[in-house]
Design a protein around this ligand. Structure first.
Ligand SMILES: [Zn+2]
Length: 140
């Protein structure tokens, strides 16, 4: 009996078996931002596609990015491009997009990206359509 209690490999195996495998295809492959430098400005060419992949309105993603970059600029509906008023390289943009996904797209409870962002009076909620969890997020 004593020996069984300290049978760690056996215990570990039991623990791991209880963890359900992650469902496939739940992650978002965020497209690599295609940047064009125009003077002191930066254009994100495939911005609309990125917003679509992240399942959010381009206007919301625009506000988030410009605020985090502390820059001016704007989204052009016609071309689907985002103009940023500063020089910025791909790395910081990729990091911000990943952070956006983590905060405003991915359900913190079950990990799915099957969620929506809802404004409720002054607060914003990330509502999961899979498990129903509601998470208050910082308004953008
Ligand atoms: Zn969920």
């Amino acid at each position: 009996m004593e020996e069984k209690l300290f049978d760690y490999p056996w215990l570990l195996e039991r623990v791991y078996k209880k963890i359900p495998p992650r469902p496939e295809g739940e992650g978002i492959a965020i497209p690599e931002p295609e940047l064009i430098r125009v003077g002191d400005q930066t254009i994100i060419k495939n911005f609309r596609e990125i917003a679509q992949k992240l399942r959010r309105e381009p206007a919301v993603l625009t506000r988030y990015l410009l605020r985090e970059l502390n820059a001016g600029g704007g989204y052009d509906e016609g071309s689907g491009q985002l103009r940023v008023s500063i020089k910025v390289s791909r790395k910081p943009i990729e990091q911000l997009l990943q952070r956006f996904e983590k905060t405003y797209v991915r359900c913190p409870t079950c990990g799915t990206v099957d969620t929506k962002l809802v404004k409720k009076e002054r607060s914003w909620l990330l509502i999961c359509e899979a498990c129903g969890a509601e998470q208050a997020v910082k308004p953008i």
